[in-house]
Design a protein around this ligand. Structure first.
Ligand SMILES: *Cc1c(COP(=O)(O)O)cnc(C)c1O
Length: 365
């Protein structure tokens, strides 16, 4: 296996477990149970129906999800959910939806909601350059909103909520694209969760949507079929030709999570160790590495930081690349450095990065 795969710190698409990649390699030529390449298996086959059934059941088991949620596998990425959510819940509604603007991705969701109905932006981090998340006393949730929408992890800025927000009588909708299945998320407290695969759980092409059946009761009747969650629920995510390959890889990742990692709580412990190591490195660097996010809002998935000058940052990135670390450049919207340490990025890989950072600092000062 190419050792550079192990050092893929990209913000997304992210690293995948080596054992999964090896199975994918085999499946490209032949899925043993089906006798065909994964790229040419019919989405109407019994084999694929079993894939969907097992994947749904794995996701339910990993999150302890009850029967009243649909588990949907959709296309269009998180971006399509920015529109599908308000088309379903806000079109024609009398009360406003509440949105939090905590960074790049939750900001992208806003104009899509505003197209569909009234939106109240409860809090925006724009004034502080999205370096922190709101405290509880800055959030005046109302009792009668159509729903509350926020992103649990801001991938670009490296900010993560370490608590569930909102009022229990207002449906919570959450973009968990970049921390889904990386920590327990109290799924039953949300009415709708969406997460595309390509950060933590697979390749691009499929988005997991968990939605409570009751939330769909009042959806407009005239939505385009593809944009109506009910069509996908009725057809078990087989409304039109689904991305069979991407869905299969997500299934392999859930098996890995269950059988090799031992569930989401174990995954969370590993992710916590990885993050503690890197943030410890920043905090003990005497200001050489400067964490971007306020301490209590630090993301366990995306560690963002700066160096004293842009020149040093460029040198850091060039040397890191030469040493085999890839994907460390910050998102184009904020610059700096971002080490994304998704589920499949191992603790030894993070230790190697921390070692590299210590060496780099020693040589430069
Ligand atoms: C990457 C990302 C997105 C964008 O997702 P697409 O699948 O490219 O549409 C949205 N939200 C979050 C939190 C992300 O990290």
């Amino acid at each position: 296996m190419n050792p550079r795969n192990r050092l893929n710190f990209s913000g997304g698409p992210g690293a995948l477990p080596e054992s999964v990649l090896l199975q994918v390699q085999e499946a490209i030529i032949e899925v043993p149970e089906a006798g065909l390449s994964i790229l040419g298996i019919s989405h109407r086959s019994d084999w694929f129906a079993a894939v969907i059934t097992e994947l749904e059941s794995n996701i339910r088991a990993l999150l302890g999800l009850t029967k009243d949620y649909h588990v949907l596998l959709l296309q269009g990425g998180a971006t399509q959910q920015f529109s599908m959510v308000p088309m379903t819940l806000l079109r024609g509604a009398s009360s406003a939806a509440e949105y939090l603007h905590t960074g790049y991705w939750s900001g992208k969701a806003l104009p899509e909601a505003q197209r569909e109905g009234p939106v109240r932006v409860l809090w925006s981090g724009e004034d502080n350059g999205f370096t922190r998340l709101p405290d509880d006393d800055e959030l005046a949730f109302s009792e009668d909103s159509s729903y509350l929408h926020y992103a649990s992890n801001e991938t670009v800025e490296g900010l993560q909520f370490h608590r569930v927000l909102g009022k229990d009588n207002v449906p919570r909708v959450c973009d968990m694209s970049s921390d889904f299945l990386s920590i327990p998320c109290a799924a039953e407290r949300f009415s709708l969760i969406y997460a595309h695969a390509q950060k933590n759980i697979g390749p691009a092409g499929v988005t997991v949507v968990l939605v409570r059946d009751a939330l769909l009761q009042h959806a407009p009747e005239d939505l385009p079929g593809f944009l109506d969650y009910r069509c996908h629920a009725k057809t078990h995510s087989n409304y039109n030709t689904p991305p069979v390959f991407s869905i299969y890889v997500v299934l392999l990742v859930t098996r890995w999570l269950m059988n090799e990692i031992g569930g989401v709580e174990n995954m969370a412990r590993i992710n916590q160790d990885k993050a503690t190591l890197l943030y410890g490195m920043l905090d003990s660097s005497d200001g050489f590495y400067r964490g971007r996010a306020r301490e209590q809002d630090r993301s366990l998935m995306n560690v963002t930081f700066n160096l004293p000058t842009p020149e040093l940052e460029n040198r850091f990135l060039a040397k890191a690349q030469a040493a085999g670390f890839s994907g460390l450049a910050g998102h184009r919207a904020v610059g700096g450095i971002r080490a994304s340490i998704y589920n499949a990025l191992t603790l030894p890989a993070v230790e190697m990065l921390a070692g590299f950072m210590a060496d780099f600092q020693r040589r430069e000062i």
